[in-house]
Structure formats: C-alpha cells, structure tokens
Design a protein around this ligand. Structure first.
Ligand code: SF4
Length: 396
C-alpha cells in the first residue's frame, strides 16, 4: 500500500519556524507501507523559517500581511503531482494547517481558534479521490491492550476466533444487556475471546443476535456497548449478505455506507443507554474512510478481489422478493443483510471507528438460497477473509 505524508510529520524541518511535528503512530504506519513525504509550502519555494500562514476567506496570508494564495496553490499542485505519480491512495496530513488541514483549519486570526475548512493541498487531494486524514485519525485508530480492536463476526465467519491467542473468555450471558436465553444459530458461538491476533490486541465476538429472532434493538447492540466498555475504539463488523445484481457481485466486499431499513433504531430506545451522549448522531463517514482505504490497500496488495458498496440493513429473516431487489438496486444498494446496521449506529453513537466487511454469499433474492448455502459460500471465502482481516490488523 502506498501513502503520502506531510513531510513535517515524518520529522522533516519544513514548518514555518523550521521545526517538525514527528508523530510516532504515523511513522509506524509509514514503516508498514510505502510512503512519500511532501510539503506543499516548501514545494512553492517558501523559505524556512517563514512567518506563519492562515486562511481567511478564500485567500492565504502570512502573518506579516503578505498574500501567498498563489504560492500555496502552486505548491499544492506540485505536491499533488508527486503524490499521483507515486500512486498513493491515502494521505496523512498535519492537522489544521492552511495547506494540509483536513475538515478544520485555523481561522485567520492567529489566535489558535479553529473553524471548519480544508487546507489548500487537502482540498486538491480530495478532488482527486485520495483519502485524506490527519495524524489524529492515525493515532485514534492505534490499538493497544487498553484499546483492543473489536471484531464482531456473523454467519460462517466465526472461524476467525480460532486465530486469537486467548487471554480471557467471556460467556455472552455475562454481558450486560445481552439476552441470557439466546441460543446461537448455526455458524455462531456465544463466547467472546480477549487476546491477540498476530500480536494485535483484539476482542472477538464470534456470533450475534438479530432483530428477526425477536430481540430488541438494545439487545442486538449489547455487544457493541460491551466492546466500548472494554476500551475498544475500533470495531470491525463482518457478516454474510446478499449482493444486489447489477450493483455488486458475490464475494468479499467493503461497506462504504448504509441504509437502515429495519424499521427500528437502538437510539430510539436511548433512555438509559450508557455512554451515549446524544441520540442525534452524525452519520457522515459512519464507515471510517481511513479504515476502508487501509482495507482496500491490503486487498490490492494481497491480490484479493474485493468490491465496495452501500449496505442495506433489513429486518429479515426471509430472503428478498424480486420487487425488493429492484427497489434496493434503484437505491444504489450493493449488499443487503439482517445484521450490522443497528450495530454501526450504536458504534458511531459511542464514537467508535467502524469498518464493515461483508461476504456476499449469494445474489439477493436468488432462488434456492438457504442458510446452508450461505455457510458453504462462507467456507469458500474463508481463506481470503482471514488474510484480509490479518492484513488490516497488521496495518493498525
Ligand atoms: S505545508 Fe504541510 S508538510 Fe509542509 S510544513 Fe505545513 S503542514 Fe507540514
């Protein structure tokens, strides 16, 4: 996988005062990938040291009052050309900079106040479809013993639990809010394992309950609350789905967004929900663009065929009618399934970073689809799924 970095995050002394902002998490990511360092400001021959710059309106000014908008544009174009030639799909940029800032920048008063906005270079990268994040995102996704990665596995994918070097096991019946009478359906096991996969701290939940079994939205999302309680900041959901013909084929997929068609929502039962500050959750980028880009990079590096698309969460349990498949296709849905949607809402309400992986076991609504045929398809893709998840964990 190829990434681009703000040169100052890699320790290059290119900041306005001649310093750098060496960031260990970014350095570790760079060591596991192929990285190119760029500095749009020095690419425009702005000297080091130089007065600090901030954006005001759509112009960029040095603190001494000099308008350097043209220099910033020229430097950004130059750095962009380097990034494109290198083939980077991800850029990790210095937060809040007038060049490199992503989603927030200093407000032009040199007072340390930040406002919504993009740096000049960040904007150019986004226009090219390159995923841009700041060093804060890389740091926030870094797993540790205190912040393990949660893996919630669905039908036929629970075998990943055997990769865990276990430290502790937790019976689901001991998890707050999980229905104690629940029995696993075929392909599930109701025991979480805390441990490591390839030295990365994880908590694996190899099974879940569904709305169609009669459980509430709160019960369906109890595992997410538990993962958050354990300190997990990153959560990977994996489940079997049907692919919507015309929008996606069968096989592995990365979920880019979702439509909740279940008719319910865990936040509608929010009175008494622990650690949820507000039910009015921003669902932009609900599936972390950073994690999605890492997943795509790993798949490409390993030669694993993976599609991407929007997921629709349905109540189930019956498979889709032809009319429903037509509706999903018109809604630009690629994958349809009976889990994940509510869990993702809960994870976002708890501020967790979400990655959604799916195994499209069959075309949605295909004749002859059974729970057994879904399990058989899961077996066919088990190796690729395992390699993909291990590759993603390695990059975190
Ligand atoms: S332009 Fe970007 S890379 Fe260069 S010093 Fe500023 S934040 Fe760092």
């Amino acid at each position: 996988m190829r990434i681009a970095l703000s040169a100052c995050l890699a320790g290059w002394p290119v900041r306005y005062d001649g310093s750098s902002k060496l960031t260990r998490a970014v350095q570790e990511l760079a060591a596991k990938t192929e990285a190119v360092c760029v500095c749009p400001e020095t690419s425009a021959d702005l000297p080091v040291p130089r007065p600090p710059a901030e954006q005001r309106g759509n112009r960029v000014w040095l603190k001494n009052g000099l308008d350097v908008t043209a220099d910033f544009e020229r430097g950004s174009q130059c750095a962009l050309a380097t990034v494109k030639e290198f083939g980077a799909t991800l850029a990790v940029l210095k937060a809040r900079s007038p060049s490199c800032g992503v989603h927030e920048i200093y407000d032009g008063t040199y007072s340390g106040k930040v406002i919504s906005g993009e740096g000049v270079f960040a904007r150019r990268l986004e226009e090219e479809g390159i995923c841009v994040v700041t060093e804060k995102t890389v740091e926030s996704v870094k797993p540790s013993v205190e912040h393990p990665v949660a893996l919630v596995l669905g039908t036929g994918l629970g075998h990943l639990a055997r990769l865990v070097k276990p430290v502790r096991r937790i019976d689901y019946r001991d998890i707050d809010g999980f229905p104690i009478d629940a029995q696993p359906v075929d392909g599930h096991k109701f025991e979480a394992t805390i441990g490591t996969i390839d030295d990365v701290p994880v908590v694996v939940y190899p099974g879940r309950v569904h709305l169609y079994q009669g459980y509430s939205a709160a019960e369906v999302t109890a595992l997410v609350q538990h993962a958050h309680h354990l300190g997990c900041r990153d959560i990977i959901f994996a489940g079997a789905t049907g692919s919507v013909p015309g929008n996606a084929g069968t096989g592995l997929g990365i979920i880019t967004d979702q439509i909740n068609l279940t008719g319910t929502n865990p936040l509608a039962e929010w009175a008494g929900l622990k650690n949820v500050k507000t039910p009015f959750v921003d669902m932009n980028d609900a599936y972390s663009p950073y994690l999605r880009t890492l997943a795509r990079g790993v798949a490409d590096d390993l030669g694993i065929t993976v599609e991407e698309g929007i997921f629709a969460g349905l109540l189930g349990p019956n498979f889709e009618t032809p009319a429903e498949v037509n509706m999903l296709r018109a809604m630009n849905v690629s994958y349809a399934g009976v889990s994940t949607a509510l869990e993702v809402i809960m994870a976002r309400a708890l501020g967790m970073n979400v990655l959604g992986l799916t195994l499209a076991a069959n075309p949605a609504g295909a004749r002859g689809t059974t729970h057994k045929s879904v399990l058989e398809a899961a077996k066919r893709y088990a190796d690729d799924f395992e390699r993909l998840v291990r590759g993603i964990l390695r990059l975190l």
